[in-house]
Design a protein around this ligand. Structure first.
Ligand SMILES: [Zn+2]
Length: 309
């Protein structure tokens, strides 16, 4: 018994004093601003990453108030993943408060997912916030397009492989599996959307141009008179006439915007309110990035399908 005790003690000394390979195998600490980004990181990184998201998907991602615990998470992060542009109005103050030099802009621990994306709606004139505008550098809601998810997944895999080369092969394998699944799903979704091609919808906030492009649909007018400015009675009145004139059947909004304006407009025009998932876990049906995209496609096709015989 005494010998066993000595052996255990000597092993403990060896473990503590010797090299610690388990330290190298610790999961990479990743913080993402949005749940959709965190979901992609988890899919590619699996057990090699420890990832969390700052913004709850049940709130407007433009205007989150990070908590002290979020500052602490960013302080400890080895990788910080964000949307770039002016999507997260709260990102700069959060990064400054965390004071983590590894994840500051331009450092190896930062990943701006917008960098690989072909942006839509880049303003021709110099940006100005004078009238409370957001989306000053182009439309920042690019991850709602399933084709853009593939670009983002590749960028995440590259970054994880640089920061943690010992698991690069596994990251590549999981990326390949995700891309294959996305290829299969996007083909399926395009077939379903073919039935409603070319139709126009109106939106609450201008956050769907990438999904509209993917779906072969149009969205030109919004309940918000400008991005970030809440609906006004005048705008609702304008949209009522516009929707009648253009025979528009659907009003699209995320779950976190107040429903009243869309409901009033729907009642006056006979159109349907279509609630889509902007981010993973915004609604129970949107458990991961593929489920969220599938849910959105299903909602759009259901709302726009021509009436049966
Ligand atoms: Zn926006």
């Amino acid at each position: 018994m005494k010998q066993l005790y000595r052996l255990a003690l000597s092993m403990l000394v060896l473990c503590v004093g010797g090299p610690q390979p388990e330290a190298a195998a610790r999961p990479l600490k990743v913080v993402a601003t949005l749940t959709t980004f965190a979901d992609l990181v988890k899919t590619i990184g699996d057990e090699s990453v420890e990832v969390s998201a700052i913004a709850s998907p049940r709130f407007n991602p433009h205007f989150i108030e990070p908590k002290p615990s979020d500052v602490l998470k960013v302080k400890r992060a080895q990788l910080f993943v964000h949307a770039g542009l002016d999507l997260e109005a709260w990102r700069g103050p959060l990064v400054d408060a965390a004071g983590n030099t590894r994840i500051m802009p331009g450092q190896p621990g930062e990943l701006d997912l917008s960098l690989g994306i072909v942006l839509l709606e880049i303003p021709a004139q110099t940006p100005s916030r004078s009238q409370g505008d957001i989306h000053l550098y182009g439309n920042p809601h690019y991850w709602t397009d399933p084709d853009n998810l593939k670009i983002m997944a590749r960028a995440l895999c590259d970054k994880l492989s640089v920061l943690d080369p010992s698991h690069a092969a596994q990251y590549q394998q999981r990326l390949a599996a995700l891309l294959l699944r996305l290829d299969q799903k996007t083909a399926e979704w395009r077939r379903a959307l073919a039935a409603v091609q070319g139709q126009e919808l109106v939106g609450y906030h201008n956050e769907w141009p990438y999904l509209m492009r993917f779906a072969g649909l149009h969205m030109e007018q919004f309940l918000e008179p400008k991005p970030g400015i809440p609906p006004t009675p005048r705008q609702v009145e304008f949209l009522e006439g516009y929707m009648r004139q253009h025979h528009i059947q659907g009003i699209v909004q995320s779950s976190y915007f107040l429903p009243q304006a869309a409901q009033v407009l729907a009642k006056r025009t006979g159109a349907r309110v279509v609630i889509l998932c902007q981010n993973v876990q915004e609604l129970p049906a949107c458990g991961d990035a593929i489920a969220a995209a599938e849910y959105n496609v299903q909602q759009l096709t259901a709302a726009l399908r021509p009436p049966g015989p």
